[in-house]
Design a protein around this ligand. Structure first.
Ligand code: GDP
Ligand code: MG
Length: 301
């Protein structure tokens, strides 16, 4: 690389891919310094691809956070994997994320398989290094570099923010020279009402178990800004598949729903920088996860 090339401003797209739960959304939020992707300890939290924009003195990196790639069974999960794989064609580089404490498994083999025909630069990111003793990293790095050629292998901890500067520098290296693609103040193209729905869904993921979080979708029915009072009125429906799940979400004397609403409201207020009045309803929509029309209505394609 010549000096002139090195000093050039870079811009382009990078997709963050990996098995469910490896920390893709945590990494995206860390890279942006803002929470736009929701996170939970349960796999398949992210259902759509989420665009995040990082402005750096040397370039602008546009990220696609994607649903985890896995061998999917349900229609919803199959559509999520399709979303993730479709980003391969649209990006300048790929960031394949694995977990330091679980580097080898069937799903990572599957992802390597999907990357076989991809000629774009791929960075291998080993996340969660805070969970293992340092010497344990070497065999993983060794083994992976035998499996395919990576532009670079970068160990990080998205939780503790370790290794991220190195990662950003490596990302800038693989991007083409070019001007900003989005305005500097923009960090995502997602509308605020989508982010609000996602924050509500995150609280459901946080507080419920087994089938309930997966059977949940959130629809914002009303999103009204009352400019003069710096107040936003939001009405949202939490949709589940069965009466029993509705009962769980509402909870004894409505306590569960109240708590979900309180936590979501606080985060939406921080996101919007306004006071929020949040009204939540729970509705049963039988088998929406297998219903193509319902999936389209919810924006899952
Ligand atoms: P995604 O499904 O790949 O988007 O993963 P998430 O970002 O939702 O994270 C899944 C879980 O891993 C959450 O409980 C995170 O707090 C946790 N996590 C993410 N990064 C790290 C890390 O660097 N170290 C540790 N210990 N946990 C992490
Ligand atoms: Mg995610």
């Amino acid at each position: 690389m010549t000096e002139a090339e090195k000093s050039q401003f870079k811009s382009g797209f990078i997709s963050l891919i990996g098995r469910p739960n490896v920390g893709k959304s945590t990494l995206l939020n860390l890279l942006l310094g803002e929470k736009i992707a929701i996170i939970s300890d349960k796999p398949q939290t992210t259902r759509n691809r989420i665009l995040g924009i990082k402005n750096h003195p040397d370039g602008q990196i546009v990220f696609w956070d994607t649903p985890g790639i896995h061998r999917a069974r349900s229609r919803l999960n199959q559509s999520m994997v399709k979303v993730a794989l479709a980003t391969y064609k649209e990006v300048d580089g790929i960031c394949f994320i694995i977990e330091a404490n679980r580097p080898f498994d069937d799903e990572n083999d599957f992802i390597l398989e999907t990357l076989k025909t991809v000629e774009k630069p791929v960075l291998l990111v080993i996340n969660k290094i805070d969970l293992i003793p340092k010497p344990d990293l070497l065999p993983t790095m060794d083994e992976y570099s035998r499996l395919r050629s990576f532009e670079q292998i970068i160990p990080i901890s998205a939780l503790l923010g370790q290794g991220v500067e190195v990662l950003v520098a490596e990302m800038l290296k693989i991007l083409p020279a070019g001007p900003r693609l989005f305005p500097e103040e923009m960090i995502t193209d997602l509308p605020e009402r989508f982010l609000a729905a996602e924050l509500i869904r995150e609280k459901v993921f946080l507080r419920t178990h087994e089938e309930v979080p997966y059977a949940t979708a959130v629809v914002v029915e009303e999103f009204k800004e009352r400019g003069e009072k710096n107040l936003v009125v939001i009405k949202a429906t939490i949709q589940v598949e069965r009466e029993s799940q509705k009962g769980i979400l509402i909870g004894e004397k409505g306590r569960m729903l109240k708590e979900i609403g309180r936590q979501a409201r606080e985060e939406i207020e921080a996101l919007l920088g306004a006071k929020v009045f949040l009204e939540l309803w729970v509705k049963v929509e039988k088998n929406w996860r297998e219903d193509p029309a319902a999936l389209r209505r919810l924006g899952y394609r």
